[in-house]
Design a protein around this ligand. Structure first.
Ligand SMILES: [Zn+2]
Length: 266
């Protein structure tokens, strides 16, 4: 397989640092062409950009909802300046990882305020998002209706059919990763099998979201090469060839992230 796009990862994580060049080489050997590195907080923005440049990958800048409680008052305006400056950088492709987390409902008011500020930055720069949703779809949808953006990906989607329909109606693609590999993940698997062919993408969330194979092997670290396993699973669940699944997921990643497409489409 060739041309696979990992639409969501955290390659800046410390648990990947010691063997990152080997991990990226292994991913490339399994057909991974590009990996989107999603930022977590102001502290890792520079590292996300540096890694994308060093390995020929893509990155986003943002403040993760679980980092929002610790964010400083000036962090959102700092993000606005940094993202504006990065518009000249072809490796910079959007605002992420941002969202609201109601599974860990710490300082929800602050999470929501920082999410809204980041929506305004994305709107001003015409950038897509990588969105974190955990038991927070209705709140996210409320903000996205008020402050519409140019789409992006709802990462690790595991919501209801009604939420799926609302995100799709707003122009988003939905991301699927290791969580879909569990036999018991009935709802995620059904979404992945039913979703329109132009609306699904694949992701690893490396080093998080381990697949059932990783867990069986006693490892909780997701690696970038695992994307190829998710592609194979998606092909099986959707009843299409792996070649067709690779083509669809790649086209969908390009549609979700136009600046990423610019670097790959001649
Ligand atoms: Zn993530």
């Amino acid at each position: 397989m060739t041309g696979l796009i990992d639409t969501h990862s955290h390659l800046q994580a410390e648990s990947l640092a010691s063997d990152l060049p080997d991990l990226i080489a292994a991913a490339r050997a399994r057909g991974v062409q590009d990996i989107v590195i999603c930022a977590g907080s102001r502290e890792d923005w520079a590292r996300c950009a540096d890694l994308a440049h060093a390995f020929g990958l893509s990155y986003m800048l943002g403040i993760h909802p679980l980092a929002a409680p610790d964010a400083g008052e000036g962090d959102a305006s700092c993000l606005a300046e940094r993202a504006q400056a990065a518009m000249d950088d072809p490796h910079f492709i959007g605002i992420g990882e941002i969202g609201i987390d109601c599974l860990v409902p710490v300082e929800l008011d602050k999470q929501e305020r920082i999410f809204a500020e980041q929506l305004r930055i994305a709107r001003r720069l015409g950038l897509p998002l990588s969105v974190h949703v955990r038991k927070s779809a209705s709140r996210l949808i409320k903000y996205l209706r008020r402050l519409p953006v140019s789409g992006g990906v709802i990462h690790a989607f595991n919501g209801s059919d009604a939420e799926r329909a609302q995100f799709l109606a707003m122009g988003f693609r939905l991301g699927f990763g290791g969580a879909a590999s569990y036999e018991g993940s009935l709802r995620i698997r059904r979404h992945l099998s039913e979703i329109p062919s132009d609306r699904w993408v694949i992701e690893t969330d490396a080093p998080d979201m381990p697949s059932s194979a990783r867990r069986d092997a006693g490892s909780l670290r997701t690696e970038p090469a695992d994307l190829a396993d998710t592609l194979a699973l998606a092909a099986r669940l959707r009843g299409i060839s792996e070649e067709e699944a690779a083509r669809q997921s790649r086209e969908n990643a390009f549609a979700a992230f136009p600046r990423l497409a610019l670097r790959h489409v001649c």
